[in-house]
Structures are given as C-alpha cells and as structure tokens.
Design a protein around this ligand. Structure first.
Ligand code: FAD
Length: 384
C-alpha cells in the first residue's frame, strides 16, 4: 500500500469497548488512533441498564455517573400477562442513555491521549505477517501493527464473526418516552421486564426523568404484525396490561424507534490457530450475552480494559487475551442463552415466570450467575 499511514495501534469503533481500551492504553503511555464511523454522538439500541460491574469499570475509567445524571435502580419487577413477580436487585444499578455515556467515554479517551477520528467508516480489514491493513475509505489506507476490533454489532468485511449456533432471529427496538408524574413515580427505582409471546421488553428510567423502553422480538412475530412498530406496541400492551399502564399517553421522544436486526445472542469468539496475534476482538465482537441480563456493557468494558492491560504487559491477542476472555464469559453467556431460549414461547414463559414468582431469590441467583466474577475483573483492572 503506497501512501499508507503507518500506526502502531488502531482501534476500530468508539463504543464502550473501544473507548475503554483507548483510555487504558493512553494511561499506559500508548496513544492509539481510534476510528469511529458516527460523526456525532447518537442514540443506540440498548436497555441502558448499568450493572454494578459496569459501574466499577466506569469508575475505574474516570466516569462520574452522578455528574451525568444517571438514575438509580434497586428493584426488579417481572410481568407476564396480568401478573407480577418482584425481587430486590443484588446491587444498585444505574440508568444512563448510551448517547451520553459513549460520548463521555470517548472524551475521556481523548484526554488520556487517544487520537479520535470521527466520521470514519472502516470498510475492510486484512492481515499479513506485519500487521493489519485497514481500508478507511476517504480517510485513506492505514497499516497497523496491532488492531483492536470494537465495531460492536457490526461486522467489518474481512473479519466477520463466526456466529453459527447463536440465536439470530431477534430484532431489538428502543424508544425513549416522557412520562406523566404518576407514571414516573410508579417506575422510579425499578427495572421492569415484560414477557410477551416471542419476546420481552425492559423499561426503566435514565437521566432527566426519561423512560427507556427496549425490547427484543422474533422476526416471525414482527412479520405477524405487518412489520409496524405501532401495531406491535398495541398488541404487546394488549397482552401485558402493566405496559399499557406505563405507556398510555406517554410522549414518544423519537420520530421512529431505533432498531437492530439479527443479534447473535450466545456468540463467544473462539480464535482459530491461524488467527493473527495482533488482532484483539472486543465487546460484541468477542461475545454477545442476551440483553435481559443487563451485562453486555460490563462485558464490553471488561474486554476493553483486559485487552489493553494484556497488550501493555506484552501479551498476545490470540493466545493470551482471547483465551482469558473466553474463560471469563463463556459460562455466563451460555446460561443466559439457555434461559433466553427457554423463555421464548408462551408455555415455557409461564413456567419461568411461575418459578420467579414462587422463588424470588431465583431472580437474584440468575443475576448473580450471569455476572462477571470478581477474579476476572481484578485481572482486567490491574494495570501493568
Ligand atoms: C436490545 C439490546 C438491549 C441491550 N441492553 C443492555 C443493557 O440494558 N445493559 C447492558 O449492559 N447491555 C445491554 N446490551 C448490550 C450492549 O448494548 C452491548 O453489549 C454493548 O454496546 C457492546 O459494546 P461495543 O463497544 O462492543 O459495541 P457498540 O457499543 O455497538 O460500539 C461499536 C462502535 O463501533 C462503531 N462502528 C461500527 N462499525 C464501524 C466501522 N466499520 N468503522 C468504524 N466504526 C464502526 C459504531 O458506530 C459504534 O460506535 C443490549 C443489547 C441489545 C441488542
């Protein structure tokens, strides 16, 4: 590649995982070039539920959730048709929009020395024995000794995830609402999970008293409602009166919902022997845990911090990082995947709901078993 920019470290994607890696590298005295395709901060499909592990990583990265106005969440309510199961969360969670959170992380990475290039879409990636070749469109070609691939749900040509065996017929939607005072106080302090035929929704408050509704639904059910958001929400509210109480008369804050297709829940990257040692896959590029756990963001932050920390110690991507990451998240992703599969259809949903109602501690157990272990986090948080 003639006229090619040469870089030691390039990060593709400035979401949670990419920004976390850039910050840790910056603290370790290594300035990465971070390429983010969005020219400006934007909303992303996400439940916006921050687990205690995600909060630990964010504090480590210097993000002050109070300053950003994050809500506090300490109770879980699950609804199935007209019934409710309630449990205390084993920790206080926080709610914050991804638009605010991702921007705060990117700004932090820049202050720690990352060179953030926005509005740059990486079109394709190839590797040879000297490193990565990056086609960054009009930004120009780049060669990088080490590449951190943090493009999230979006695969980049040349480095697609091998996501066979995962659930991949689900569509994710997100809508923000302004609630009435009464609706606001009914939801305050809780995250509500609503189970409905072939899907589930999560509802909680984020900053500024705004409510975030995020739901996943099978492609099949979405097609049954004529692929229309309004009809889908009407049907789900009809099936789940609790959601009708929450959303009735609420003001939708986007013209149309955000959506994402084919989420490969259950995917965990297994590096092939031939995989380049200079390629660190982060976040959703290394593993995708079903959303109801609210652990995707902590896994993404964990992967970014762990990869950068291993890199700074001179460790290798494929043999050191990917192996460690797989052992850190495999069990949690597998368990959540099995629950997600079981709670898909009416009868099995009813059974899962009955178990939760009879033994509320079961919900806490699931929340505990799908979280990152303390030992894994200590490894990632220990800087060289
Ligand atoms: C429906 C749903 C609900 C969820 N709810 C929760 C929740 O409540 N709590 C939780 O913890 N997790 C949740 N998650 C999971 C969480 O959103 C993800 O795990 C997390 O965002 C992964 O972070 P990431 O950095 O890997 O990817 P992302 O946050 O997606 O960031 C990737 C970045 O890369 C950029 N990019 C993509 N392609 C390119 C390219 N070619 N060139 C340059 N830049 C590129 C994108 O613009 C983006 O900024 C949910 C996920 C879904 C689908």
């Amino acid at each position: 590649m003639s006229g090619c920019r040469a870089e030691a470290i390039v990060i593709v994607g400035g979401g949670l995982a990419g920004a976390a890696a850039a910050s840790v590298l910056g603290r370790g005295g290594r300035s990465a070039l971070l390429l983010e395709r969005d020219p400006e901060p934007r909303h992303k499909v996400c439940g916006e539920f921050l687990s205690v592990e995600a909060q630990t990583y964010l504090a480590h990265l210097g993000i002050d959730l109070d300053e950003l106005g994050a809500s506090r969440i300490s109770r879980l309510r699950i609804y199935h048709r007209g019934r409710q199961a309630v449990a205390d969360l084993p920790f206080t969670a926080r709610g914050l929009s991804r638009k605010v959170l991702d921007e705060a992380l990117l700004e932090k990475a820049a202050t720690l020395g990352a060179r953030v290039a926005r509005g740059v879409t990486v079109r394709s990636l190839t590797f040879d024995e000297t490193g990565a070749r990056i086609d960054a469109g009009s930004f120009g070609p780049i060669r990088a000794e080490t590449l951190f691939l943090a493009s999230g749900k979006h695969d980049v040509r040349g480095m697609k995830r091998a996501a066979s065996g995962s659930i991949n017929d689900l569509i994710g939607f997100k809508m923000h609402y302004r609630f009435s005072e009464e609706q606001h106080s009914a939801l305050e302090g809780a995250v509500e999970i609503v189970l409905f035929e072939l899907g589930y929704a999560g509802l909680q408050l984020i900053e500024g008293g705004i409510a975030n509704l995020c739901l996943v639904i099978t492609q099949e059910r979405f097609e049954q409602v004529g692929k229309r958001w309004e009809s889908m929400i009407d049907q789900i509210m009809h099936e789940c009166p609790s959601l009708a109480d929450r959303l009735g008369g609420a003001l939708a804050l986007f013209d149309k919902p955000l959506s994402i297709f084919q989420i490969p829940y259950g995917f965990v990257h297994r590096p092939a022997r031939s995989e380049p040692q200079g390629l660190f896959r982060l976040g959703d590029q290394i593993g995708v845990i079903p959303s109801f756990t609210g652990e995707g963001m902590s896994m993404a932050l964990h992967s970014g911090c762990l990869a950068a920390s291993i890199f700074l110690r001179g460790g290798r991507a494929s043999t050191d990082f990917h192996r460690q990451m797989s052992s850190d998240v495999q069990r949690q992703v597998r368990l959540a995947f099995l629950i997600n599969k079981a709670a898909r259809y009416g009868p099995s949903q009813t059974a899962v709901f009955h178990l939760c109602q009879t033994w509320p501690s079961l919900m806490q157990q699931v929340a505990t078993f799908t979280r990152l272990r303390e030992g894994s986090m200590q490894r990632a948080l220990a800087l060289p």
